[in-house]
Ligand binder design. Structure first.
Ligand SMILES: [Zn+2]
Length: 165
């Protein structure tokens, strides 16, 4: 007699695969720019609507998240929140904004792709002075401020995704 609770390893793995999550990181400020909604509310709404549309069989490219992804306002699929977070170009200030004034939001959708995206950990970094906005290529206190007699002004690391520097 068959044990009703029995699941073979292959079956179990397939089930796990079905419930795997894909993390997308959304530049919420940029995405919400053309609406009058709060950036986080807008991003949450995007994920909710995307889940609804995926459930009825809409292809990802046509969902709100797919559209943001094609416009470089969302990135993924990442396996973990940590990997998704790597896309944020700088540390966040006390208001939760990156150095360009953007808020970021991570949402989860089912993993429907063959492979996760890997962040480019080799991305070029530059360092921006909090006071004079000087950009330098090396870590540590600002060399321009130092030259002007202020030796210990902090710099912030920026990942140069846009090849701006
Ligand atoms: Zn400086």
């Amino acid at each position: 007699m068959e044990n009703p609770n029995y699941t073979n390893p292959v079956e179990r793995r397939m089930k796990q695969k079905q419930t795997r999550k894909a993390h997308f990181i959304i530049n919420a400020t940029l995405a919400a720019k053309e609406s009058c909604e709060d950036p986080f509310d807008y991003a949450k709404g995007t994920i909710k609507e995307t889940l609804t549309q995926l459930a009825i069989g809409t292809s990802f490219q046509l969902t709100p998240l797919g559209v943001l992804e094609s416009r470089d306002m969302a990135y993924g699929p990442f396996e973990t929140r940590t990997k998704a977070n790597f896309i944020i170009p700088s540390e966040l200030n006390e208001k939760g904004l990156d150095w360009q004034g953007n808020k970021w939001f991570i949402g989860e959708v089912p993993m429907i792709w063959d492979d996760y995206m890997q962040p480019n950990y080799g991305i070029k970094r530059v360092y921006r002075c909090a006071e004079c906005e000087n950009i330098q290529m090396f870590k540590g206190s600002c060399s321009k401020c130092k030259g002007e007699g202020r030796p210990h002004i902090k710099t912030m690391e920026i990942k140069d995704w846009g090849e701006d520097f």
